[in-house]
Each structure stands twice: as C-alpha cells, then as structure tokens.
Design a protein around this ligand. Structure first.
Ligand SMILES: [Fe+2]
Length: 410
C-alpha cells in the first residue's frame, strides 16, 4: 500500500469539522448554526430554495437564528455571482454561511467566506495568482447542506469559479475554506430527477477512481476511494432506477462523501481536465461530460497503474482472482463503460440538443486540449499524455460516444 511520498512531503488531510449524516440530518442545521453565530446567510439557487428552503429556514429560526437569503446561485457560478452574494452578506450583517445545494452553492458559499475575512477581489485568490493556501484568513463558519450525491465539495478545500471577463474557470485552494459542518441528508436527494442522479453519481465515481489512480494517491485516500467505488457499484443503479429507495440514496450519499474526501486529499486527474472544456463546448452537465470521457481515459491509463486498475476491474465484477494483474487492468475500461450503460448515461445527451458536426468538433479539439493541459489535472494522471495523445482521446470520445451514429449512442 502506498504512503505519502517524499516529493509530496507531509500530507494534510482535511474533512468538515462535523458531518451529520442520515435521514433528518437537515433538522440539525439550526443547532449547529446557533453554535456558530446569530445570523445566517443561506446561499442557494432559486430552484433549490423553492424545494428545500422552507425546511431549512424553519430549522434555523426554530433554533433562534436570524436568516437572510441569497437565492441567485447560478450553475458554474461567476465572480459577479459571488460578489452579489457577498453584498447581501455585508448588508445583512451575517456571521454564518449556510449553503443549500450541490457544488455551485458550496463554491459560492466558500467564496463569500473568503471575501468576508480577506482583502481583495475573489479572482486574486485563484491558485494561478495567489498559489495554494492563498487565502490568509479563515472564512467565517460554513455549514454545507448537501442536496446532491455527487459533488463532494462539502468535504474539500477547493472552490471553482468562472471568470466571465476571460471566459475561463479558476480554482481557489485553501484549508481556510473547508466547511465546518456538512449536513448529508439523503432525504434531500429523493427529489433529484433520474438524470441528475445519473450525472452526480458518475461524477462521484469519477472522483473516486481518479483519486485512487492519481500520482498523489496514498493509503489514506485509497481507503476512501475504494470504499466509495464499492458503494457506488452496489447502489447507483438502484438509486437511479428507484429514487425512493432510501437505502440506495443513503449509500450514494456516503459514497459521494467518501469520494470527496478521496479526491480532496489526493486529486482528480485527466478526466476532470478534459471534462471542463468538453462540458463547456457541448453545454452539458459536469457529470455527463465525465461519463462520456471516463472509459477512454481508463483504457489509456490502465497500463500505467495496472495494480490499481486491476482492483477497479475486480470491484466492478469484470475480473476475478484468476485474471492476472495486467489482464484484469485491461478490463477496467469496459467495466466502467458498463457502469455508465447501466444508468443509460449517454442517452441523456439527447436532452442537450444536437452535438456539433465532426468538422466543427475537430476545429475546437486543439483549444480543448490546451484547456485540459492548463487545468493542471493531467499532471496528476498516472500516464502523462502528449499533446497528440490528448487530442486523439478527444477525437475518440466524439467518434465512439458523441456522434449520433456512434457505437455508444446507437
Ligand atoms: Fe467532479
């Protein structure tokens, strides 16, 4: 089993200060908010607030906490979105942040926390400008009420924002933005549509497998990742086929939490690096982009980390002890594709309009390749791709999974 390597030095494992897990966990939001302050800013999208807002507000007010709201969180939140939320924080004199939603709400909440206790624009805290640990002062208390089973952002030290002025995304990384409390109530995922159960579930699986095979992986993150993958293999198709199956929903909630701890303390890798530009080009959700890319990257990587991928193939049921390590590893790509097939992932592409023609797509492959390299994620990949190899991977995704008459779509 691998251990922290000399080149990575001492490792800091982060996790939310408290994690409240299980049906009705959401009722504890008030108790924890009251422990940390007197006036909460709820950060959510209008859509999520309409579904769950009343319950959260009741829990908070029932505990004697005042409530202000910012309900304009956008998917792929922007600098402007964060600044608007921070204005409400300031105007209302809040002292605790409660995020309600998945990754976007949590990222806005973390970013409001940065602006609340630090000088400078939110852009100035990106790792490309301020480096890792670029947030000098701890954010105010953050309570993340999670409503999806995928993001894992409630466990991590990162926030991802879009800078509309440059049409790029940037990442902030600091121990000072790890949420103090994570509320993981599977009941809140009951209302997730099937499509989002699929997208967020595959996102969580991608977090786990990338953390497991990352060059930054080690024994602590491997344990989280392995456990997350096992739970997802057992429960994702069940939660997808029957959203009221609360045992499966609970397993997925635990799995995405473990997967968040895995990648939050190891890293994601090439799939996430490619998914960002692909998702932006096709206007598709992050988890769907991951699922379109994942089998090809697994196939590309498997010879570079055969023991890890052999283990993945075995836990997916595609190989057994009679398969040798390399033989088992070679089966991992197909096994991962089957996991996506089980929940009809690729079929959801139809919901997002027509994909570009092959010619249009080939035109943007060099740009997507550059974006993928710029994300830094390929550096964590067990196999370092050349530019040609990465371009070829993007083309394979198109020919095998995106084209209307491709193998995975027909
Ligand atoms: Fe992700």
């Amino acid at each position: 089993m691998s251990e922290p390597t000399p080149e990575h030095g001492t490792r800091v494992v982060v996790s939310p200060g408290r994690t409240v897990l299980g049906v009705d966990a959401v009722e504890k939001t008030g108790t924890y908010a009251a422990r940390h302050g007197e006036k909460v800013l709820i950060v959510a999208s209008q859509q999520i607030f309409d579904i769950h807002g009343e319950r959260i507000v009741d829990a908070l007010e029932g505990a004697g906490v005042e409530v202000a709201t910012f309900t304009d969180v956008r998917p792929d939140p922007t600098v402007e979105n964060v600044e608007a939320a921070h204005q409400v924080w300031d105007a209302e004199g809040c002292d605790v942040i409660v995020t309600l939603g998945g990754g976007s709400s949590i990222d806005v909440g973390k970013s409001v926390g940065i602006l609340a206790t630090n000088e400078g624009s939110i852009r100035s805290f990106g790792v490309d400008k301020a480096g890792y640990e670029g947030v000098p002062n701890p954010a105010p208390p953050i309570i993340a009420v999670n409503t999806t089973a995928g993001t894992g952002s409630e466990t991590t030290r990162t926030a991802v924002l879009s800078d509309e002025s440059t049409s790029t995304k940037f990442i902030i990384v600091s121990e000072n933005i790890v949420p103090d409390v994570a509320i993981e109530d599977p009941e809140l995922t009951r209302s997730l549509p099937k499509s989002h159960t699929a997208f967020t579930g595959i996102d969580a699986f991608t977090h786990a497998i990338e953390a497991f095979t990352s060059v930054k992986s080690y024994s602590v993150t491997d344990d989280y990742a392995r456990d997350a993958m096992e739970r997802i293999v057992d429960s994702l198709a069940l939660a997808w086929s029957n959203g009221d199956n609360m045992k499966a929903r609970t397993e997925m909630m635990i799995a995405q939490f473990k997967a968040g701890k895995a990648f939050g303390n190891s890293s994601v890798a090439l799939v996430h690096g490619m998914a960002r530009p692909l998702g932006a080009q096709l206007h598709i959700p992050h988890g769907l982009a991951n699922g379109l890319i994942l089998p090809y990257v697994v196939e590309f990587n498997s010879m570079a980390a055969p023991e890890k991928y052999a283990e993945v193939a075995r836990l997916l049921g595609a190989a057994d002890e009679f398969d040798g390590t390399r033989q088992a590893a070679a089966k991992a790509g197909d096994a991962v594709e089957q996991l996506c097939e089980d929940i009809s992932l690729v079929d959801y592409l139809d919901e997002f309009g027509e994909v570009p023609s092959r010619e249009e797509y080939l035109d943007v492959v060099p740009e997507m390749t550059q974006d993928a390299f710029d994300s830094g994620s390929p550096d964590n990949n067990p196999r370092t791709p050349t530019r040609d190899e990465l371009e070829e991977l993007f083309v394979t995704v198109y020919d095998d999974a995106l084209a209307p008459d491709s193998r995975r779509r027909s």
